[in-house]
Design a protein around this ligand. Sequence first.
Ligand code: GLN
Length: 380
Amino acid sequence: MNPIFAGLPTTVFETMSQLARQHEAINLGQGFPDDPGPRDVREKAAQAVLDGWNQYPPMMGVPELRQAAADHYRHWQGLDLDPGEVMVTSGATEAIAGALLALIAPGDEVVLFQPLYDAYLPLVERAGGVPRLARLTPPHWRLTEEVLASAFTPNTRVVLFNNPHNPTGRVFDREELELLAAFCRRSGAVLIADEVWEHVVFDGRRHVSVLSLPGLRERSVKIASAGKIFGMTGWKVGMVCAAPELMKGLSKAHQFLTFTTPPALQHAVAYGLGKEPAWFEEMRAGLQRSRDRLAEGLAGIGLTPLPSAGTYFLNVDLAALDPRLDDEAFCRDMVERHRVAAIPVSAFYAREAVRSVARFCFAKTDATLDAAIERLARLR
Ligand code: GLN
């Protein structure tokens, strides 16, 4: 027996979190907040469990959540979605796997962007896709005509895109998105957009969904995550938005992957999506303050932060400290000797990795961030 996935390494997030536990390190690696999440949303979940929402809900999701998602995206992103165009999944990762299984026929070319979230490539390959890797380059990580032209061909069938972008913290602007839209229209490709960080954008930015771009409404799949929206990453409640023709296939993948998602959590998310706009603004403002606090702390000890416009992540350019530093060795040393965990960004590459960037999660309390900086001060 030779299981096909056996050769894959354990995901870097799990590896670093394990190392962090082992060394009693402050974990700024895997992206999760140390805040417990909005109390009212958690109370709704608890109440829903007690009220008896514990049997299989409808496969596509509870109607209240599908309606709440349509309303939420009308308000926040100007999208005109029918609740029938929303499907609930067990996390965005299921949604991504399902979309790839549903949309890729063996031999289809799939465009991906490096650095890329580590789940993408194995799933694309397992679905039979032929990956075409475009490359974003630090410090600006811009999506240009040249970058897109290097990966798109007339045979491009699927594009897997992430905005706001993990690990770079890039929020692609409208000009870049329109360029991507033009390439998708030209090749006739379906665009799968992982938009899980849609609410985590800073400095007054507003998320632009691919579903709002000209010509993409009918050919795109938007993937969202309640875990990221409410900072409760263990909830694993994802949402997929797509036009009915696409949804037909996506729902068939979902029915044989997880079929449904815990209904009590769905009810709580439905409630949460309707929270007053001020809650979302405050969540962003709080994270922005944390980003700035960590950036300042890191800069103070000689680690140069790259810009972060969204996500929970701030990257550090190690080359500015010492051009010989390797991100993996640096992160290993940091967790073992200084007891702070971060993620080496080379883990987000399939080939020709940039090896001089480390990713830090700032979705933490001030005390946690300050303690991490204090430990790292000895790096100097
Ligand atoms: N999305 C999280 C991150 O980038 C990791 C999720 C996971 O551990 N699989 O840190």
